[in-house]
Design a protein around this ligand. Sequence first.
Ligand code: FE2
Length: 103
Amino acid sequence: MNEVVEKIKQELLKRCQNYKEKYGYDFWNDHIKYVVKNSIELAKKYNADVEIVELGALLHDISMPSEIGPRDEHHIYGAQIADELLTKLNYPEDKKEMEKNVY
Ligand SMILES: [Fe+2]
């Protein structure tokens, strides 16, 4: 796992933990970790870019444990949050564009 993926994962885990403490639902253990695991397997099977697919899987629901925006617009707010986080980590623009296409 590269450094950006690890940092995104740690940020997500922090937000999932906060959400769990507040509402009791564990986004990481009840949903996202399975999405990440299956996405990586599929990426390998279909020779996709594992890093991009893993980031997409990690970030696809980021707005919900972040409590930003309504649930029915989580894809819109999630894309904005993902872009902000990846920009902060100096993730290359061309890779960010690829990551947006994952979800
Ligand atoms: Fe999801």
